[in-house]
Design a protein around this ligand. Structure first.
Ligand code: FES
Length: 155
């Protein structure tokens, strides 16, 4: 269960990793594991802790698709928007899933269950289009299959 954002606890996590080589990524993972996202309010502390600029922190958080800078739903559904998946219908799939869930990319359903996000290649192009649900990749997906997966694999 993820906790409510706590700046003091976030500061402790940053301190724990500040002296570790490659500690920024580990600190970001630890923050996300604890809170479910990395609040932008902590970017300045991260920058100080790792002796880099706030812009660099932002760059790292936004580069890695696994990091979130806002709270997410209990489940995260990502639909691949890269070329191979687009050639095999990911745009239509995305349209159908947006309609099904009633949300756009970056949004969470009203019940807090599902956050929808784009992703740019999951390394599974041969079986496009691809989606990732709760960190598991599914190939040759259709909106019907995703609908079933959302029900079957409910947490
Ligand atoms: S383009 Fe979608 S998995 Fe590679």
């Amino acid at each position: 269960m993820q906790k409510i954002w706590d700046p003091q606890r976030a500061g402790q996590i940053i301190e724990d990793y500040a002296e570790v080589k490659g500690g920024l990524i580990e600190a970001l993972h630890a923050l996300q594991a604890e809170f479910g996202y990395i609040d932008e309010a902590v970017y300045a502390s991260l920058a100080r802790g790792f002796n880099i600029s706030r812009a660099e922190v932002y760059g790292v958080v936004s580069f890695y698709h696994d990091f979130h800078n806002h709270p997410t739903g209990k489940r995260v559904l990502k639909i691949c928007q890269a070329e191979a998946c687009q050639a095999r219908g990911s745009r239509q799939l995305t349209k159908e899933i947006r309609e099904l869930l009633g949300i756009d990319f970056g949004e969470t359903t009203r019940d807090g269950e599902v956050t929808l996000e784009p992703v740019y290649c999951l390394g599974n192009c041969a079986v496009s289009p691809n989606a990732m649900l709760d960190n598991r990749v599914y190939g040759r997906v259709t909106s019907e299959r995703l609908k079933t997966l959302l029900k079957e694999t409910q947490l």
